[in-house]
Design a protein around this ligand. Structure first.
Ligand code: NAD
Length: 497
């Protein structure tokens, strides 16, 4: 092992400040990896006054519906820094995820996941120079959690993307690139299909990129991004993306460097930062001294950077990398069936390597990413000229499209509307098209107002809805069709003129 020289060999920072940090050990392997990480941070000579708090499984078990007790919220509000292990979430049933609750409560709008090739951890990408950061929007998109069963057979989840949300995450991605001396930022979206939601992220990315002329800004379609990450990962330095895309891509990226056990992350907001490993609670190996604590320890190193403890952060990161490069201490997930050590022994090995550095993968000495400045509340953009030109009415029916269409077309006349078309699962089915659509009992009926105005009065809409209802059609949802500065603020159905 090669010794790191200079200041990094000092065992104590010159000015020892005590930092207050809330710690949630979490579920499953959480307590084991948390204990490991805290041992390493303490051994690195950083003084942290931990406020131990609870969330997840234990909180759900004692009836806290959100999974996050009020004492925990109070502690985080006080310390503004949370170090947390994984929390269990009921899948497909039960309450909300405690993780998502924490992210939303403290508006940690950015999930930042650095992914860098690790010496001594062979993967099929070893030697390709993977060194990138995924910057994922963390609170909007489909994770706004607005879901409805619109009919007993058809579910809907609203994908909400705001200009403000895009501006915050895109700016953070460029700032991170600048802080770390990186020269390229990719924005990965599905703007070719979701032109308004994913398209907004792309548009904002292209606008903000002009403020960072020294950084190459490239848009890439998300599916190609996944493909390119596997084919040629070294082309990526920073990838900024929407929430669901980022969730999937960042796990893929963890796979490039050896798996979830090696991936740290931070959830960053204006007031609070949450540091956590990417992996879950791994119930299959919990309590067996088998967990790989690397991701948790590296999350701790990012936490130290955030606290301004740069030297200690680099010492911890280098100690982990040197331990892995040496290869004598490997937890079972790294050992591929060969000899392995437990979580505790691996942790002791990392501590023994404090002051060492790997041969060629030394930790980045770049400036830490600061919590971004809050943007002014109101948009400075001029208000657009608006027009409401119609309404989509969603109805539930077992009838055929022709029957629904002819009835609603007749009904629209006399209520200030014409029926433009009906779509089923996004494809126009009335007036009939060539497409073979396997229809379900959920119909979007597009009515255009016969006269143009800035808005459609509520009573006009109410009269239309009443007529629909009286004629025996069950409606469950409406959506105004607007234009901003003459540009339609809605998309056409597949096959719609
Ligand atoms: P998981 O990450 O817990 O486990 C997936 C696989 O990876 C398992 O085989 C596990 O043994 C292994 N693994 C994960 N971390 C490891 C480590 N540090 N060392 C060695 N092996 C490791 O994913 P899952 O099984 O899909 O989820 C289990 C629970 O964790 C669920 O309740 C889920 O909601 C929760 N979860 C929480 C978070 C979080 O708190 N941020 C993230 C993901 C999943």
């Amino acid at each position: 092992m090669s010794k790191h020289l200079s200041l990094l060999d000092a065992t104590q920072p010159p000015h020892r400040v005590t930092h207050r940090v809330t710690a949630i050990a979490g579920d499953g392997i959480g307590p084991e990896v948390m204990a490991a990480a805290r041992r390493v941070l303490d051994a690195a000579g950083v003084s942290i006054a931990w406020e131990d708090a609870e969330a997840g499984g234990a909180a759900f078990a004692r009836g806290v519906v959100s999974g996050v007790p009020s004492e925990t919220i109070a502690s985080i509000a006080r310390t503004r820094v949370l170090f947390k292990g994984p929390l269990e979430t009921p899948v497909g049933h039960g309450g909300k995820s405690a993780n998502v609750t924490l992210r939303k409560l403290f508006e940690t709008f950015a999930n930042v996941r650095p992914v860098r090739e690790i010496p001594g951890v062979p993967t099929r990408f070893s030697g390709s120079g993977v060194d990138l950061v995924v910057v994922r929007e963390n609170v909007e998109d489909l994770y706004a959690g607005i879901e409805h069963m619109q009919t007993p057979e058809v579910a809907q989840c609203l994908k909400l993307i705001s200009r403000k949300g895009c501006e915050k995450i895109v700016r953070l991605a460029f700032e991170l690139a600048r802080a770390e001396g990186r020269t390229r930022v990719h924005c990965a979206t599905k703007a070719n299909i979701m032109k308004l939601t994913e398209g907004l992220m792309k548009k904002v990315f292209e606008e903000i990129a002009t403020d960072y002329p020294e950084i190459e800004a490239k848009h890439i379609i998300i599916d190609n991004c996944a493909h390119q990450l596997v084919m040629k990962p070294q082309q990526f330095q920073v990838i900024v993306t929407t929430n669901l895309n980022g969730d999937i891509l960042s796990d893929l990226c963890s796979g490039l460097i050896g798996g979830l056990g090696f991936s740290p992350s931070v959830n960053l907001g204006h007031d609070v930062a949450i540091f956590e490993p990417v992996h879950g609670s791994a119930p299959d190996i919990a309590g067996q001294d088998k967990a790989n604590p690397t991701a948790m320890i590296l999350s701790g190193a990012i936490l130290l950077r955030h606290l301004g403890e740069m030297e200690a952060a680099i010492r911890v990161e280098n100690a982990v990398l040197a331990t892995l490069e040496e290869g004598a201490a490997r937890t079972p997930d790294m050992a591929a069936g060969g000899p392995s050590v437990g979580t505790r022994a691996y942790t002791e090995a990392v501590i023994a390597h404090l002051g060492c550095a790997p041969k060629d993968h030394a930790a980045r000495a770049a400036a830490p990413l600061r919590i971004p400045a809050r943007m002014a509340g109101a948009s400075m953009r001029p208000a657009p000229a608006r027009a409401a030109i119609g309404v989509d009415v969603f109805i539930e029916s077992e009838s055929e499209p022709e029957a629904i269409g002819s009835a609603l077309a007749a009904l629209a006349v006399g209520h200030g509307f014409e029926l433009k078309m009906i779509s089923n699962r996004g494809t126009q089915v009335y007036p009939a098209r060539d497409a073979e659509t396997d229809c379900v009992n959920h119909w979007r009926c597009r009515f255009l107002a016969t006269s143009r105005a800035a808005d459609i009065p509520a009573r006009t809409l109410a009269r239309l809805l009443e007529a629909i209802e009286v004629a025996g059609w069950r409606w469950m949802h409406i959506e105004k069709l607007q234009e901003f500065d003459g540009v339609p603020a809605y998309t056409r159905a597949q096959g719609e003129d």
